[in-house]
Design a protein around this ligand. Sequence first.
Ligand SMILES: CC(C)(COP(=O)(O)OP(=O)(O)OC[C@H]1O[C@@H](n2cnc3c(N)ncnc32)[C@H](O)[C@@H]1OP(=O)(O)O)[C@@H](O)C(=O)NCCC(=O)NCCS
Length: 349
Amino acid sequence: MLRPGRAGDRARLVKLMGRVWGAGAAAHLDRGWEWQHEANPWVPPGGWYGYVLERGDDLVGFISGIWSALHVYGAAHRLIWATDLMVDSAWRGGQGRRLAAALASEGPLVAGFPVARTRGIWAALGTNVRGCRVRRHTAPLDLEATLARRGWPSMLAKGASRLWARVAHRSTRRGASTSGLEVLELADVPAELDLFWSRVSTAHAAIAVRDCAFLRWRFLDCPHHDHQIHAVRRSGELAGYLVERLALSEGGPVATVVDFLTARDDQQALEALLEQAFDNWRARRVERVECCLGAACGRLGAALRKMGFSFGHERTRLAYVTANQVLARRLRERSPWYVTAADSDLDFF
Ligand SMILES: CC(C)(COP(=O)(O)OP(=O)(O)OC[C@H]1O[C@@H](n2cnc3c(N)ncnc32)[C@H](O)[C@@H]1OP(=O)(O)O)[C@@H](O)C(=O)NCCC(=O)NCCS
């Protein structure tokens, strides 16, 4: 039987996650349960638990979602990011589609990032998979350490890293561009961020909500990662923010730029945020910085290139389904979605 999920399904869904993805993923689902299904500011009162497939006493399938709101040139539409789709291996064959169709019926807009195994499922829903390309960009900070760990002889690693530092220094030389801007670390999300969000969001073709409630929930209350939020001010007024986190990967510290937002044409503000973040990372001997970025962040991409980011491989594409024809037409227009790692579950694991 396919039915809406309930709070009481938690233990059996954690078990199912363990059977499909292993113990680490099961612990992840358990840890994030209240946060994702009850504390998210956009879920209906009382919580929302996706859809489940029930067979006797067992739960053999699950699809979940992250509730949000997509602003299309300033008009807000309810958005559910599809996530956690899984079917017990003994019951596969058509069940993934049933679960996805149930989620799509929650409408008006369901979106996600298909992987090889779910492309057919998204296609069966009649989705538009050209919503947006998402690429992962990387900037080395301690190239010598990275190359040494990959087995480069130390002289070669040192030489390559010096050469890169010279090139990077040329392109990241600070100029007058970021003077007059003040960057600070935030322990909380300031109330003025709501004003900033309503000011800058209207210039975007499609951007998921990034107001105070979202930032507090997504970053400060996140049970999966610790985040650091930096804000930039111009003449005392908020001009942008950047969210980052540190993790150990392949033995070296890696920083991830999870999210950022400035006015659409305010490259200076982003550069100021990045300069400050790079200083912090160098002081902490961070080896490289990663960043997930959708095509709509093109101008911001230029700032990243200036800081030494390479334009990485395509990681995924965004897919969405909507029964609202007017919205569908607007979303098909040329401008793609603004996407960072803060959207959907791109940065949950
Ligand atoms: C993805 C999953 C839910 C599909 O369940 P299902 O009941 O088999 O789903 P359906 O039969 O409705 O659709 C599956 C589609 O994906 C395709 N597919 C399944 N496994 C695949 C794989 N490893 N590589 C490529 N395509 C795959 C199927 O061929 C089918 O598409 P088609 O009908 O066009 O051929 C199930 O395989 C699963 O739980 N996998 C492990 C968890 C997972 O990968 N979740 C998705 C990412 S979060």
